[in-house]
Design a protein around this ligand. Structure first.
Ligand code: AHN
Ligand code: ZN
Length: 326
């Protein structure tokens, strides 16, 4: 008898604690959620496949081949896929075609989470130490392929067992055509993130909505640190709190540093300001180091040597933990 009473008390106590524990009120309060295990080997292979196409520079053959790969892979995982095509002006004023690749899971669900990353790679290694390389396109293993690789693995897991929320995965094009260091002409405003600017304007027009978004940018390198990026905190502070807390609880405090980071104009900036969707950026940028971005950033050295399964795992498992507890 007494045993039963204690048991009932313990259950009540645990339930009570769980109820106080939620970060946001819409979080599931039960401990019964089964979170899948992120497969870092699979994510690594998705990064490798993209890099093997060569630099994914818009309006080139490797870019077109990679677009097919991304579309087919999302379709294979059961997403409803659309390729949004548009045109934007780059820093020279010249027009470039873009393809944003959109995959929807559980399209009827009202509660939705947007997960995104850019898939194009920079057409010039303008930060390369060797000036002869500065007009060479980069492989973008970390800057481009890593975020997409993590999200393809998330998509594979979502296909296998669906979370309660709908998931929208968007791969943005034309993120990395911002004004190169060697350009001597006048700077144009908003010269980065052209694909997401296009997507955000369309989303505002067609009424697309998600409860919140998470952007991944440069999430695959060994020893990466992710600080709390400041536009993320300004526009979506509760999401930053939730994701960083989730990462700490899962043992990834070495990657997700619980400290204020830089303010970085990235795709999430336009998702927040144009589409009006609260969106954070998980980005490797250390405002306290000597460099900020890694020393191989926008150089010909941004290749597979920097990609580390442990970093992909820390980011991917944190994402799964976040979306499956919604
Ligand atoms: C700026 O440098 C202003 N934004 C960086 C966005 C970026 C480029 N992310 C990856 N490559
Ligand atoms: Zn870049």
């Amino acid at each position: 008898m007494r045993r039963v009473t204690y048991l009932a008390l313990a259950v009540l106590l645990v339930a009570g604690l769980a109820a106080c524990n939620g970060v946001r009120s819409d979080k599931k309060q039960t401990a019964a959620v089964v979170v899948p295990t992120f497969n870092a080997d699979s994510a690594y292979a998705f990064v490798q496949t993209q890099v093997d196409f060569g630099p994914r520079v818009p309006e080139t053959a490797p870019h077109a081949a990679c677009a097919n790969f991304l579309t087919n892979t999302l379709q294979r995982f059961g997403a409803q896929v659309a390729v949004q095509q548009g045109k934007m002006n780059i820093y020279t004023g010249e027009t470039k075609a873009l393809k944003n690749i959109i995959g929807q899971f559980n399209a009827d669900a009202k509660r939705r989470v947007l997960l995104c990353a850019h898939w194009d790679s920079r057409p010039f290694a303008d930060h390369d130490a060797n000036s002869a390389n500065r007009h060479t396109p980069i492989l973008g293993a970390n800057d481009g392929a890593s975020g997409v690789g993590v999200l393809l693995e998330v998509a594979r897991q979502v296909a296998h067992s669906a979370p309660a929320v709908g998931i929208d995965i968007v791969f943005f094009d034309l993120e990395d055509w911002g004004t190169p260091e060697f350009y001597t002409g006048d700077e144009r405003p908003d010269d980065w993130c052209l694909g997401s600017q296009y997507w955000a304007a369309e989303s505002k027009k067609n009424g697309y909505r998600a409860d919140y978004g998470i952007l991944l940018d440069m999430v695959g390198a060994s020893g990466a640190t992710f600080y709390r990026e400041q536009f993320s905190t300004y526009f979506a502070g509760a999401v930053v709190d939730d994701v960083w807390r989730t990462a700490q609880a899962a043992g990834f405090a070495a990657f997700f540093v619980d400290t204020r980071g830089g303010a970085i104009t990235d795709d999430h900036y336009y998702i927040n300001t144009v589409a009006g969707i609260p969106c954070i950026d998980i980005i490797q940028y250390n405002p306290y180091g000597d460099t900020g971005f890694a020393d191989y950033w926008h150089t010909t050295a941004d290749d597979m040597r920097h990609i580390d399964r442990r970093t992909l795992y820390a980011v991917g498992q944190t994402l799964l933990q976040t979306i499956y507890s919604e």
